[in-house]
Write a protein of this length. Structure first.
Length: 381
């Protein structure tokens, strides 16, 4: 593997291209949805209680895997700082007088977002699920790759603790020899994975010194066979819960977080990579059902990538297609976009308004052992 400077420079150059382009450019609603946030939180708490974070190793870790993600507030008190960091991130969005406008927006939106988190248990379970996924991954890696063992996972979030920069510092203090920046976004975007990689680069740049660790990067894995199998398994499980006479007519809505068209138009590969994931999943399912790729979480008046998930649900109902399966295709663990937006806003409130007959949501990958195997396999290949 090349040194971190070579790898980080390559990652930064990749994201710099994006920045340069940017500068130039119901009845029958399933009961599982009502309780999903509660069962998710309970299961995640059990994972937390199994002492995953301590990762007890008798030997000093040799290889560190940095699991990159945006993170989510674990408590209602964390929401403001989460929003503030998010709106200050110029890799994610560019605002006029951002240093002044971002604090204003964060303060204004905090009560609304806190109310949403209060309805899914009071916080995001993403860190607890990442702990469980990381623990399963390193145990498999120690068996698969003894020459690079012991392996230790680290979590690097962009907007909440543990922040990426502080985690990189911890890895250096631990004396890690080989570090792997492993994005938990299967599909690459300059605004997500690119932002996380830039955070690593900026950490070393601010220190004014070269890293001691040798770095490599996994910046995308949208069509990994085990990832595809995980999605397909979860979809098949949920399809089996529909009435037998309705099963073949269920429309699968693959829902991914949307992007502003200004980001899409500068050449971001995210839409194409999400589409590639959907194609492989449907091939694995034998194209058993009609499907659509839709986009959620639009914010503000600007143009966003569509069609939007909520508008698609309305449109299907108007055409008499009232059996729907929601699949979070760009999310690998539950957080507010699945537990609140999909499960409550769409599968409960909107579905009731539209007269949906049956609507379900495929479970996120969360603690699926096969997903931990996918993570280990992607790292080792």
């Amino acid at each position: 593997m090349s040194s971190v400077y070579a790898n980080m420079a390559a990652a930064t150059m990749r994201h710099a291209v994006c920045q340069v382009m940017k500068s130039t450019s119901s009845r029958g609603i399933s009961s599982n949805l009502h309780l999903r946030w509660h069962s998710s939180a309970m299961a995640a708490t059990q994972a937390q209680e199994s002492k995953l974070q301590s990762q007890p190793n008798k030997r000093k870790p040799k290889t560190g895997i940095l699991m990159l993600n945006m993170g989510g507030p674990e408590t209602l008190e964390d929401v403001h700082d989460f929003l503030l960091r998010l709106f200050l991130d110029k890799d994610l969005m560019t605002l006029p007088v951002q240093n002044k406008l971002a604090p204003f927006i964060a303060k204004r939106r905090t009560p609304k977002i806190q109310a949403q988190y209060s309805k899914i248990g009071g916080g995001s379970p993403i860190k607890k699920w990442t702990d469980k996924q990381g623990d399963g991954m390193v145990k498999l890696l120690d068996e698969l790759s003894p020459n690079t063992a012991p392996h230790k996972y680290y979590i690097g979030f962009r907007y909440v603790n543990p922040l990426t920069e502080r985690t990189v510092e911890e890895m250096e203090e631990d004396g890690i020899e080989r570090a792997i920046a492993f994005t938990q976004y299967p599909q690459y975007s300059c605004s997500t994975t690119g932002s996380s990689l830039n955070a690593i680069y900026r950490y070393y740049n601010s220190k004014g010194e070269k890293p001691k660790m040798k770095w490599s990067i996994i910046d995308r894995w949208p069509t990994h066979p085990l990832l595809i199998q995980c999605f397909a398994d979860h979809i098949q499980k949920e399809l089996s819960m529909f009435p037998a006479e309705k099963r073949g007519d269920v429309v699968i809505l693959f829902s991914a977080h949307s992007l502003p068209m200004s980001v899409v138009n500068r050449g971001d590969p995210y839409p194409q990579e999400v589409g590639a994931t959907v194609q492989r999943v449907m091939e694995r399912l034998g194209n058993s059902n009609p499907f659509r790729l839709v986009w959620q979480s639009k914010v503000g008046p600007m143009a966003w990538l569509g069609p939007q998930t909520d508008e698609s649900i309305k449109g299907l109902c108007q055409r008499g297609k009232k059996n729907i399966l929601l699949v979070p295709i760009a999310f690998t663990s539950d957080h507010i976009e699945t537990l609140y937006e999909l499960d409550i806003e769409y599968a409960q409130v909107l579905a009731h308004e539209c007269g949906v007959e049956n609507i379900r949501r495929a479970e996120s990958l969360n603690g699926n052992p096969l997903f931990s195997k996918a993570l280990a396999d992607r790292k080792s290949t």
